[in-house]
Structure formats: C-alpha cells, structure tokens
Design a protein around this ligand. Sequence first.
Ligand code: SAM
Length: 450
Amino acid sequence: MSPARIVAFEVLEAVEMDDAYANLLLPVRIGRAALSDVDARLATELTYGTLRMRGFYDRVIEIAANRPTSKIDPRVLDALRLGAHQLLSTRIPTHAAVNESVELVRRYATRSAIGFANGVLRAISRRSTDEWRDDVSAEARTDDERLAELSSHPEWVIRAFRGALERDGLGDTLDELLEADNVAPVVNLIALPGVGLGEPDDYGTPNRYSPLGFTRDGEGALELDVHGGRIRVQDEGSQLAALALSRARPVVAGERWLDLCAGPGGKAVLLAAEALASGAVLDANEVIPVRADLVRSALSAVSTGIPVSVVDGRAIGDERPGYYDRILLDAPCTGLGALRRRPEARWRKSPRDVAELTRLQGELLDSAVAALRPGGILAYVTCSPHTAETHGVVKGALSRWGDTLTPLDVPTVLDGLTRHPLDLPAGPHAQLWPHRDGTDAMFIALLEKH
Ligand SMILES: C[S@@+](CC[C@H](N)C(=O)[O-])C[C@H]1O[C@@H](n2cnc3c(N)ncnc32)[C@H](O)[C@@H]1O
C-alpha cells in the first residue's frame, strides 16, 4: 500500500470522525510516517483535494452507487472519495487509483464492502470528469443545488457568499469566488518588521498589498522558516488586518495594546513586532490553554516578556475596564473566508453555528469596547465574509454603544499602508476576497471609542 494514501486516508478519517483539522494533523502524520518529499506532496494533494471537492465527489459516488452517501459505511465512503479524487482530478492511472482505494477498504473497513467499492470505482472510472459534471448537473433539482454540487460548497454557504458579494457590488463574481476556494493558495510569508530582518524583496517576490509580505517559488517557500520564527507563513489578508490596527494612526510611546483572541498567535506576533518598533506594549489573551502555548511560542520570536493570559475574553472588559489604547478582536468565526487553506470548514459548519458564533462575537466585542480607553481603537476582524458575522455583529455593537463608538474608514487606512491601492468599495468597513485580492476573505472594521 502506498504510504501517502494511508496518511491521506487516516487524516480524512480523523477530520470526519474526530473533527480534526487537516492543516494541523497532516504535517504530524507525514512526519510520523517519515514520508519522502514526493510522498509528502502526494499525501497533501490527496488530502486537500479530496476535502475540497468532497461535495462533488459525493454526488458522483451516489449516482455511481445508486444509493445516498448516508447509507455507505463512513470508512468505505472516505476510501471512495479518495478514489474519486484520483480518478477525476489527477493523472494517477486508473488501475492504481482503483486498486489502492479498494486496498484501503480491505485494510480499514469490512471485507464485505470490497466488491461494492470496486464496482463503484470502476463505474466512476468509465466516465470523464466532464461527463460526470453533466450527469450531476442534469440531476440537480435547483440552480443553487447544481452550483453547490459542481463547486463543492454547501448551499447555505453559497447563499451567504452571494449576499456578501452583492453587498460589495460583486454579485456577478460568485463563480470566480467558488473556483478560487478550490485552488490551493500560494504559500505567503511575512518578514516581521523591526527585528533585524531585511525587506521582503530580499527574500522573494513582495506582495502586491502588504508591505511586509512576500512569496517564494515552489520549494524555496518554507526554507525561510529558519529565522527563529521572524519569517513566518501568513496570509496577506491577515497581515493587512493586523497592520490596519497598528498603523491606523501614529503610535504614542507607552500605548497599551491587547490581542483578545490571540491563538495560535499569527497576528499577535506581528502586533508584537509593531509594538516593539513603536514603543507600545502588547498583552495577549487566548481562552484555550494549548492555543495560548502556541501564542507564547510564536511571540518568543519577538520577545519573551509578553504576557499571555488564559481567560474568557468576555471577562476582560470587567477585569481591565478602559485600559487599552488598541485592541485586536480577531473573533472566533465560521472560517468560511479561509476555505482555500482549511477546506473542511465548509462541511463542518452549519447555519446553527453562525447563530452561536454571532452571539459570542457580539459579547466579545462588548467586552473589548469596555476594555478600551476613550480615544482608543478596536479592530474587529473575521476570516469569514458571512454578513451576519461581519456587518451584522458590528451593526449590533454600534446600536448598543450609540455615540460611544465611531467607525473609522478602513479603505482609507489600508490605502495609507499598502504597496498598491486595493480596489475596495466605499467603507467604512473592508471585506477582502480571494478571487479579487488573492487573500483570504478577511473582514476588517475599525471602531474608535469616545
Ligand atoms: C480566529 S482565531 C484567532 C487567530 C489569531 N488572531 C491568529 O492570527 O493566529 C480565534 C481564537 O479565539 C479563541 N477564542 C474562542 N472563544 C474565545 C473566548 N471566549 N475568549 C478568548 N478567546 C476565544 C479561539 O480559541 C481561537 O484561538
């Protein structure tokens, strides 16, 4: 059995059964299996490719098997998905795709399913990807169902994206967004400022927008992860979200900053570098202890003296009222804006999660406002474009806090710091998009307290 397929299958299973995160688990499993570079790339492609197009593959499997996926043993289904991916989206020879997937069924599921899996995979292999797209399309009952199945996004996510795009005057670009979600993003890096590093163009091709970001060709990307964590992988949109806060206006030495929901620490370490360079001091907080450890480890690239508290962010407004000059609230969210790198989020979240998360986001925002001193600035950020989590949450806070809060114009702030202007509609808030900006779909609002 190919070790790459075993790793991919076990990660898919853990994502499905244990709610594991592929981006965290895959590197661990690749390391444990001591995969060669070639096999590690294959395992990565198989895992992410299968997770991304799972919705489409499931429809193909249902048609080929003539039964709903809910009636297929989950382990057999994962092996079939992996097989469908190899048959429909890679150049792996048919016999290898079929035989290796059947072998997975033999090894991990019941022997009685071997004949079934073999038959389904052979049926899939007899038609081309375009023919399967036509079949799936013909059987869809509505336009949204068709779009959902062909683009491999749940229907409710498509409706949420459509609403958010229309709000930005981008309603006619939905297909491009769905397509962008299904393509692996280039690895984007950041050279932290003020910690003795060179400029981005010393290391690679500078980002179009972030003044600190860059990309490197293929293999070179991760070799740079050797500068003690001062060069790190970070999406350009995340860089811009942190910089929108740190560079919203000049820093007065001694300012106190807080990253309220800091785990795993990507934006906290950028804020720490910005604070160090400008004479501000940063505190970080994260409610989950293991994630707080990740924040500590990330921050050590800049300084070991930054306190990381482990409390529910909703309590900090009462604990430290009127204390901070700048607060980043990078809120827990559905993650629907980062499907390029965390493809399983689309299958894991549901509209019920949106309702729960928006309540938590509103409470965290209230706590952050309470912890802000008059004149201070709060950045409310999500890696989701769902308007309930973005505009809806900010609108709720503005109505609860009345004249106490004024939104700052984020497009203007971003124009003041990016290398090239972003093509953003009128503010005050900003929504970035993968298909337009090449970033995760980050939402950024800046609120000033009076
Ligand atoms: C979107 S992530 C933050 C990402 C981080 N800013 C970065 O760039 O690496 C949100 C974080 O909020 C944490 N969180 C969730 N509920 C929280 C709460 N009530 N108080 C504090 N943190 C919370 C989650 O554990 C998660 O680590």
